[in-house]
Design a protein around this ligand. Structure first.
Ligand SMILES: Cc1cc2nc3c(=O)[nH]c(=O)nc-3n(C[C@H](O)[C@H](O)[C@H](O)COP(=O)(O)OP(=O)(O)OC[C@H]3O[C@@H](n4cnc5c(N)ncnc54)[C@H](O)[C@@H]3O)c2cc1C
Length: 270
């Protein structure tokens, strides 16, 4: 069967890569504190080996009151207090970049609804020929062989139609001579992509700050969210916790009655 012959085209899991995170310019922080007689605080925080993203948020918060005293709260207590008191703007100073693949266009349509604090760069379906596209199986079908095989037939048929439309040059031949080959390719890809399904795999690079990431995780690593984006949000959480261990440290992984993992916090939307 055609769908079976193309089995390499079906994606079952997202790929999440943390490709960027911050470092602290320690000597500049030390210089800033030394001229104000507060260098002890820098010695203390560096000796504890805290994560850069977390430390930058603490430095930003302490700049508000110049409260770099040795006898202040511990690093963990300080960031917990920020969340408890809802001073979430401080968490915007932490930033993380992901490359995400193995996700569907329907997922990224939901992802890009998160605007504040997010930046995106996504694979172009006009520039890139999708004749070799892969398709992301809906998590609800993965353990349902009958549904999965019908779904595979549907997406395989759509891909076949895409290739037929894209390879039919006749309408493009009449374009004026001044239209470049790149423009013609974009016209062909742009028109034929209209028959590709929501399940078509895409790649998206995104950069997000700590506050916006928290809001996303609360809405999407959630049993009410679509299964595919919930699964992605959990995968992003498991990677981001290494970059922002205190900023995300209040989240607890729970299992809902459907057996799905989700996140819980007592400090929503800080
Ligand atoms: C389970 C679920 C079901 C959904 N169903 C639908 C649906 O059927 N149809 C649909 O269209 N969408 C739907 N959505 C998307 C939803 O409406 C939001 O667009 C999406 O979750 C992004 O949320 P947000 O706007 O809070 O996030 P962000 O854009 O990340 O914003 C974060 C916060 O910043 C503030 N903010 C951001 N922009 C503005 C602004 N312009 N003005 C004022 N404050 C701002 C708000 O406080 C906002 O909560 C659904 C989302 C979920 C989680």
């Amino acid at each position: 069967m055609e769908a079976e012959a193309e089995s390499g085209k079906f994606v079952l899991e997202p790929e999440v890569y943390v490709v960027g995170s911050q470092s602290v310019a320690t000597s500049a922080v030390r210089d800033f504190l030394r001229v104000r007689g507060m260098a002890d605080w820098a010695d203390m925080i560096w000796s504890e080996g805290q994560a850069s993203a977390d430390v930058l948020c603490e430095i930003a918060g302490r700049c508000c009151y110049m409260s770099f005293g040795r006898n202040g709260r511990t690093h963990r207590a300080y960031l917990s207090h920020i969340k408890e008191s809802g001073h979430g703007s401080v968490l915007e100073h932490a930033v993380i970049s992901f490359i995400i693949a193995g996700v569907s266009r329907s997922l990224t349509h939901e992802l890009v609804r998160h605007r504040a604090g997010w930046s995106y760069s996504q694979l172009s379906q006009r520039f890139v020929d999708e004749s070799s596209a892969r398709f992301v199986a809906p998590p609800a079908y993965i353990d349902q062989p009958n549904l999965l095989s019908r779904w595979k037939l549907a997406v395989t048929s759509a891909l076949r139609l895409y290739r037929l439309l894209r390879d039919d040059h006749s309408s493009i031949q009449n374009e004026p001579q001044r239209v470049t080959s790149t423009s013609k390719r974009k016209i062909k890809n742009g028109a034929s992509r209209s028959v590709l399904p929501n399940a078509t795999e895409t790649i998206i690079f995104c950069t997000v700050n700590g506050r916006a990431l928290r809001h996303f995780l609360e809405r999407r690593a959630n049993p009410d969210a679509d299964d595919e984006i919930r699964r992605l949000a959990m995968a992003m959480y498991y990677q981001a916790i290494n970059v922002m261990p205190e900023i995300l440290g209040d989240y607890v992984v729970r299992t809902c009655e459907r057996g799905l993992k989700y996140l819980h916090t007592d400090h929503e939307k800080v």
